[in-house]
Design a protein around this ligand. Structure first.
Ligand code: PNS
Length: 154
């Protein structure tokens, strides 16, 4: 079974990587879709986000990274995935994710599979990582090394 894990990944966190790695053990193929969202201000370009994920997941043979623009379901269809996978950190994620899952099912009959975040990453989010790092707080345990380096290279 081939699944799609979509997201902004701005930047990828250890929580994202944990979900991707766990899915790569459960499913035959994992496609990671990095969304191009021109209306959302981002720290990294889509190309850099894709590059960082490629570096981190270089040894994961059944994981592929691609960027996409437009509707998730169109990207999912074009890449012949059987389902969309989303990581859930807490119940606060649920309302929005549930709504998106129902909308994607309504748009194109796509199933969404939810996977719980590992407890050690339940509180990690890209936006908090960016904020903490911008104030000089320590995020070394929250993101992969190459991400930390790029965040502090500028
Ligand atoms: O990491 P994020 O920002 O929570 O990911 C959100 C993402 C990429 C899954 C969502 O914004 C998305 O699916 N965007 C593509 C446009 C689309 O299909 N929108 C309708 C979703 S119901």
């Amino acid at each position: 079974m081939k699944v799609l894990i979509p997201g902004s990944f701005d930047p990828p966190t250890n929580g994202h990587i944990d979900v991707i790695n766990r899915c790569s053990k459960v499913f035959d193929e994992v496609l990671v879709g990095v969304v191009v969202n021109p209306s959302k201000e981002s720290l990294f370009t889509t190309e850099i986000r894709e590059e960082m994920l490629n570096e981190i997941l270089a040894n994961s043979n059944n994981v592929q990274i691609k960027t996409f623009e437009g509707l998730l379901v169109d990207f999912a269809k074009a890449n012949k995935v059987q389902a969309i996978v989303k990581g859930l950190r807490a119940m606060t994620d649920f309302d929005y994710e549930f709504q998106m899952a129902q909308m994607n099912s309504n748009l194109a009959d796509f199933e969404t599979i939810f996977i719980p975040a590992s407890p050690e990453y339940g509180y990690v989010s890209s936006s908090m990582v960016k904020e903490i790092n911008s104030y000089g707080g320590d995020v070394t345990k929250l993101v992969p090394q190459n991400v930390f380096k790029r965040m502090n290279d500028v």
